[in-house]
Design a binder for this molecule. Sequence first.
Ligand code: HAM
Length: 426
Amino acid sequence: MAKSSNIQAVRGMNDILPQQTPTWQHVEAVARATLQDYGYQEIRMPILEKTELFKRSIGEVTDIVEKEMYTFEDRNGDSLTLRPEGTAGCVRACMEQGLLYNQVQRLWYAGPMFRHERPQKGRYRQFHQIGVEAFGMEGPDVDAEQIFMTARLWRALGLAEVRLEVNSLGSQEARAAYKAILVEYLEAHHDQLDEDSRRRLHSNPLRILDSKNPDMQALIEAAPQLADHLDTESRDHFQTLCGYLDAAGLEYRINPRLVRGLDYYSRSVFEWVTDRLGAQGTVCAGGRYDGLVGWLGGRPTPAVGFALGMERLIALLETLEAVPPPPTPHVYLVVAGEAALTQGPVLAERLRDAVPGLRLQMNCGGGSFKSQFKKADKCQAAYALILGEEEAARGEYGLKPLRETGEQRVLPEPELVNYLTEIVNQ
Ligand code: HAM
């Protein structure tokens, strides 16, 4: 029979290994605490939604909907899609569960998202976001709150080298009027457009401004600017937002070319970007989407939110060497001899009961003293706790420091408990 080949993971979908999970858990814990402090509550949505939801929210002519969704028919013939982002599902859940009626909501979610993009560093087909959405608040104060909250999160994570870029996309109407002006300008220079831009000219002309093609830059520089065509309310809204950022001393750059790749945005948009990650330098992005609830059939509800990309954030923390070391065991329990073997697991439990917070790793499966000490060393335990035959008979235990020089002590159990309590509380 032919030997079957090993099955590998789906391209662009990563395993997050035990060496990496402490960093993930650290970022998640710091984010959770920060979000909680600002009054944001967690919501958990399904990973699958009806395809229609994403078409109607993200937009039919966006890259995500046109090219990147994992869409399939289930056994009932319904078209379902693995969520490419969290905003659409969050809005759907809030509408369906009546969370938007006569109340404000501050929500967050975390989890995997799926986009069939070309995988490269910082761009994956399964990636993880922590997303934030606020509903029912119209003014720019909540936009500022979310930007301040992200800045606080970076500080709490020790993350430097991220820059804030902001822009206003105006109201849907102002943007539509501007689009017509932009299309007219681009049509007049049709011969200078690359293939991608020609394709987008009538479907999504704003994205042309986002083009990285060097040959297009002069044309883009000279294009009419959205900022000059904003409606008065959006201009005031944006100015007030910038005023909050100025007053708080938060540095930012107004980037008139920041247009975002999803259709639902209006008014303020923002991104946190870094130069340290190569081409995929946006670690966090979002903005206001006052029209979306209405598009999906709900009563018009102002909304603003953002999502941060976990893989990018973690890559940046690693690049900046801002990753805290994972916790290592206080003690590794080395067990020798038959009698000691039978007592080992019970002693470990007694110590865990007696010393709250004790990180004790027990040697399982026997082995020589030497091999057990090797394992103790490998897991970077601070001490080896030795349960030997004779000591066990006397009710005593050996405690040997592994990370610093020092003699092994032999302690009866009450003293051992006191000593371990001191170590844990150091
Ligand atoms: P987005 O800009 O599509 O916005 O994604 C937000 C962040 O997710 C990006 O800035 C990036 O860090 C990360 N990200 C996106 N695609 C990938 C990928 N293929 N691989 C790795 N990381 C990726 C949204 O998703 C909006 N729902 C954000 C939002 C929430 N706006 C309002 N509320």
